[in-house]
Write a protein that binds this ligand. Structure first.
Ligand SMILES: Nc1ncnc2c1ncn2[C@@H]1O[C@H](COP(=O)(O)OP(=O)(O)OP(=O)(O)O)[C@@H](O)[C@H]1O
Length: 273
């Protein structure tokens, strides 16, 4: 999907492929007496960079990410500034249930996504070729039995497997940037670590830009070289995890550090629970 949300009059599409640019972004409630939910956010992500947005619940992380995708929820709107991504964006959200139609087999989801991407490039592949590409994607995200997963309905897979399917689905669109909103929050800690390792590997392999939202500083620190801390609709501090740990300046940063005393490293082991 190519996504751009803008309130200004600049021409779209001038960003380098994979770059994300958020500039003076204000998201308000869509009321006569509007309230600012995101209040002047500036963030730039270079192609191939991983930026984490971390903050307490309600700080405006999801709305910022959704503004980049042009997918703000009803009742909210961009009232100033802009948020855009250069090239195609793939998204991975918290709840695989919402990304996967329960009545549609995993293979069908993937084949449709691949066909849509082909159509953008005016390519028409046959069923067999699409199926082979779908199976390769399921294999790529380390699903233990791609053939079985291809035939399965979403509820027939574990939570970790479903989230891998969602990642495969995002990859089917051949994204330049991957935008993730709490993609592992619903998973238990071991599975969470493996899915994060998977995202990290994909990112390095494909040179993907990553914009990753979480309330959990440990998760963001494991994956992202730069971290933006949000509080009440604003970015209050930005830095590497080392900088934030050494010299946290904002109370919101200190609170997040206190909630994540141990900052884990990723430990990929190839297993797919
Ligand atoms: N559709 C909506 N209409 C009105 N207010 C909304 C809407 N969606 C979100 N908000 C409000 O905007 C603020 C920011 O929400 P957002 O979802 O971006 O927070 P968040 O940091 O992602 O939190 P969480 O970690 O809980 O998802 C919150 O106060 C929330 O209540």
């Amino acid at each position: 999907m190519s996504a751009a949300t803008r309130a200004g009059s600049q021409p779209a599409g001038s960003l380098p492929t994979g770059a994300v640019a958020i500039s003076g972004l204000v998201v308000e409630t869509d009321e006569r007496d509007p309230r600012a939910l995101v209040d002047g956010v500036d963030l730039a992500v270079a192609p191939g960079e991983a930026l984490g947005i971390v903050g307490a619940s309600g700080s405006g992380k999801s709305l910022t990410l959704r503004a980049v995708l042009g997918l703000l929820p009803g009742g909210t709107r961009v009232s100033a500034g802009s948020a855009e991504v250069g090239g195609r964006a793939g998204m991975v959200f918290q709840d695989p249930q919402t990304a996967l139609d329960p009545l549609t087999r995993v293979g069908t989801h993937l084949v449709e996504a691949l066909r849509a991407r082909d159509a953008e490039q005016r390519i028409r592949a046959g069923r067999g070729a699409l199926r082979a590409r779908a199976l390769a994607l399921l294999d790529r995200v380390h699903l233990p039995d791609p053939e079985r997963a291809f035939r399965a309905y979403p509820h027939e897979l574990s939570g970790g497997q479903r989230q891998r399917v969602v990642i495969a689905l995002a990859l089917a669109g051949d994204p330049d940037a991957l935008l993730c909103d709490e993609p592992t929050t619903a998973l238990d800690v071991t599975v969470q670590r493996r899915v994060l390792a998977e995202l990290d590997e994909l990112r390095r392999e494909r040179g993907l830009t990553l914009l990753f939202v979480s309330h959990d500083l440990a998760v963001v620190a494991a994956l992202c070289e730069r971290i933006a801390v949000m509080d009440r609709g604003r970015v209050v501090e930005t830095g590497t995890i080392e900088q934030l740990q050494r010299d946290p300046r904002h109370p919101a940063t200190r609170a997040l550090l206190a909630a994540a005393p141990r900052l884990p490293r990723l430990e990929p082991d190839g297993d797919a629970p």
